[in-house]
Design a protein around this ligand. Structure first.
Ligand SMILES: Cc1cc2nc3c(=O)[nH]c(=O)nc-3n(C[C@H](O)[C@H](O)[C@H](O)COP(=O)(O)OP(=O)(O)OC[C@H]3O[C@@H](n4cnc5c(N)ncnc54)[C@H](O)[C@@H]3O)c2cc1C
Length: 492
C-alpha cells in the first residue's frame, strides 16, 4: 500500500452493498475502512425480497450465510392478480437453468458459499428442503436483520476497520482526484482518512453522486406506501403477490413466519399528504385486497402511523470517471422497486467490481483503475439493463389507466397465461438469471403484439377501424415505455 495513504479502500455506507464490496476486497488482501453513520439495526421498508440471482452473487462472494438465522422466508415466484383473474409465475426448474457459480477470486473458503441450516430448522432455512426443491428459490426477510448479518460478516474480516461517523466530504488533491474522506463522529469532531480508492455505497439519497452525475437527478415517478401485516393469510404461500385493478399496483410478500409486507404504489411525484394516503388505503386498496388477507390489512390500518412511504426512483448508471472514486449500489443506479431487483443489481455489482479490481496491483495507477472501471461499467449492463428496464416497463403496464396501457397490460397478463417460454423467460429475466437485453426486447414486443391482436379480436369486424387507431396508440406507447430506457441503459 502507498505509504501516504491510511487504507487501500474506504467504503462509504454499510447498507446492503457496502459490506459486500468491503468484504470482497478485504478477502483479496486490501486494507479497508468502512464508514457508516449508524451501525444500529435499520428499520426500513426497502430491500426485503431477494431474487435468485442476488442469492447466487452472495454465494459467489462467500456471504450466503447472511440469510441465516433471520427468520427468512423462501420465495417461489409470483402470483399476479388482474381484477378477478390470477396467473401463477413460479421460478424456473434448476435443471433448465443450468446455473454455473463463479466464485469471486479470493472470497470463497471453508464452505462460505454453501447455504447452511438455520439454528431453528423447524421454522427457518433447512438446506435439505432448499436442495430438494426442483425449482430455484428467492428469499424474503426483514431488511434490518439481513443488513446486520452482512455487517457482521464484513466486520469479522481482519482487514476491515469499522468506523461510526457521517462522511461529510470527499478529500481531493490538486489534480481533482479523490484521496479520502472527512468524517464527522457522533461528538461532531471531524477527522480525515485517506485511501487509494474511495467507494461510495451511500444509497438512495447519496450525497456524493453529484460528483459523478453533476446536474442529473434521479426521476421520481411514484411512491411506495408500505404497511406490515401480522399473521396474514395470503392467497398463495411463498409467492410474491402483484395485485392489479383500477388502481396503481400493490405488492405483497411474506418477510418472515409472521410478517407480511404490503407495498402500495401511489401515483405522485411528491411525498403524499397523510390524509390522502389513508383515504387511498381505506377506499381503494382495502376493497381490492384478497378477501382472506383483508382482516390483517384492517388491523394494520387501525394502528397509528400505520404506513411509511418511500419514493420510487430511477437513475441510469454512468461510467466512473473521477480518479480515486467509484460508485456502486443505489448511489450509482436505481430502478423501480416493483420487481425487487435493487439488491440483486447492487450485490452483483459488488461481485463484479471485486473481480475486475482483483489483479490491479497499484490502485493509485489511475489509467489502469479507470480502464477497469470502464470494464465494470460495460460488463454490468447485461444484468442491470434487464432488471432496470423490466422494472420500469412492468410498472408502466401494471399502473396504466389509459386505453393504450390497458391493451398492453391485458396482453401481458394473457401472454403469461400461455405458459411455456411466455412465463419461464420473463421470470428468468426478472430473477436476474437470464441477463439478456435481446430476450427482454423479444418478449416485451411479443407481449405488445399479443395485446394488439387480442384487441382486434375484441373489437370484431365492425370495430376494426377503431381497433387500428387504438392499436397504433398502444404500439406507440409500448415503444415509449420501453425503448428510451433500454437505449439509456445500454448505450449511456
Ligand atoms: C420502497 C422500496 C422497496 C424496495 N424493495 C426492494 C426489494 O424488495 N428487493 C430489492 O432487491 N431491492 C429493493 N429495493 C431497493 C434496495 O433497497 C436498494 O437497491 C438497496 O438497499 C441498495 O443498497 P445500497 O447499499 O446501495 O444502499 P442502502 O442499503 O440504502 O445503504 C446505504 C448506507 O449508507 C449509509 N450512509 C449514507 N450516507 C452516508 C454518509 N454520508 N456517511 C456514512 N454513511 C452513510 C446509510 O446509513 C446506509 O446504511 C427497494 C427500494 C425501495 C425504495
Amino acid at each position: 500500500m502507498s505509504p501516504e495513504r491510511d487504507y487501500n479502500i474506504i467504503v462509504i455506507g454499510a447498507g446492503v452493498v457496502g459490506p459486500c464490496i468491503a468484504t470482497a476486497l478485504a478477502r483479496q488482501g486490501r486494507k479497508v475502512l468502512i464508514v457508516e453513520r449508524d451501525w444500529s439495526e435499520p428499520n426500513r421498508i426497502v430491500g426485503e425480497l431477494m431474487q435468485p440471482s442476488g442469492l447466487k452473487a452472495l454465494r459467489e462472494l462467500g456471504m450466503i450465510e447472511a440469510i441465516n438465522d433471520i427468520d427468512a422466508f423462501y420465495t417461489a415466484g409470483y402470483l399476479v392478480k388482474n381484477y378477478n383473474e390470477d396467473v401463477l409465475i413460479p421460478y424456473s426448474y434448476k435443471q433448465d437453468l443450468k446455473l454455473v457459480e463463479e466464485p469471486v477470486p479470493g472470497c470463497v473458503k471453508d464452505g462460505n458459499d454453501k447455504l447452511k441450516d438455520d439454528k431453528d430448522t423447524e421454522a427457518g432455512i433447512s438446506v435439505k428442503d432448499w436442495e430438494s426443491d426442483e425449482r430455484i428459490r428467492g428469499v424474503a426477510f426483514h431488511h434490518g436483520r439481513f443488513v446486520m448479518n452482512l455487517r457482521k460478516i464484513a466486520t469479522q474480516e481482519p482487514n476491515i476497520t469499522k468506523l461510526q461517523g457521517n462522511v461529510t466530504s470527499l478529500l481531493k488533491n490538486d489534480l481533482d482526484a479523490c484521496i479520502g474522506v472527512e468524517v464527522e463522529d457522533d461528538s461532531k469532531n471531524r477527522k480525515n482518512y485517506t485511501a487509494e480508492l474511495v467507494i461510495c455505497t451511500d444509497g438512495i439519497y447519496s450525497k456524493f453522486r453529484k460528483e459523478l452525475f453533476l446536474s442529473k437527478k434521479p426521476q421520481v415517478g411514484s411512491y411506495f406506501v408500505g404497511l406490515e401485516l401480522q399473521n396474514a393469510i395470503v392467497p398463495k404461500l411463498h409467492y410474491g403477490h402483484v395485485i392489479m385493478g383500477d388502481h396503481a399496483p400493490i405488492l405483497m410478500y411474506q418477510i418472515s413466519q409472521t410478517k407480511t409486507r404490503v407495498l402500495c404504489a401511489y401515483r405522485s411525484e411528491k411525498l403524499p399528504p397523510k390524509n390522502d394516503v389513508l383515504k387511498y388505503l381505506n377506499e381503494v386498496v382495502l376493497p381490492s385486497f384478497p378477501a382472506e388477507t383483508q382482516p390483517s390489512l384492517i388491523e394494520a390500518l387501525s394502528k397509528d402511523d400505520c404506513y411509511r412511504a418511500m419514493p420510487n426512483q430511477y437513475l441510469t448508471a454512468k461510467t466512473n470517471t473521477i480518479p480515486g472514486l467509484a460508485f456502486i449500489g443505489d448511489a450509482l443506479n436505481m430502478r423501480h422497486p416493483l420487481t425487487g431487483g435493487g439488491m440483486t443489481v447492487g450485490i452483483n455489482d459488488a461481485a463484479l467490481l471485486a473481480r475486475v479490481l482483483y489483479d490491479v496491483r497499484d490502485l493509485l495507477d489511475d489509467a489502469t483503475v479507470s480502464e477497469k472501471l470502464a470494464e465494470f461499467h460495460y460488463e454490468r449492463k447485461k444484468l442491470s439493463s434487464v432488471i432496470n428496464v423490466l422494472s420500469i416497463a412492468l410498472f408502466s403496464l401494471f399502473d396504466g389507466d389509459s386505453k393504450a396501457l390497458l391493451i398492453l397490460r391485458r396482453g401481458c397478463f394473457a401472454y403469461f397465461k400461455r405458459g411455456g417460454k411466455c412465463v419461464t423467460d420473463p421470470v428468468d429475466l426478472l430473477s436476474g438469471l437470464l441477463p439478456s437485453p435481446m430476450i427482454l426486447f423479444h418478449h416485451f414486443f411479443s407481449v405488445a403484439f399479443y395485446g394488439l391482436w387480442l384487441n382486434y379480436i375484441d373489437r370484431g369486424l365492425i370495430g376494426f377501424p377503431l381497433a387500428i387507431w387504438e392499436n397504433l396508440c398502444a404500439l406507440y406507447t409500448a415503444i415509449i415505455v420501453f425503448t428510451p430506457y433500454l437505449w439509456d441503459e445500454l448505450v449511456v
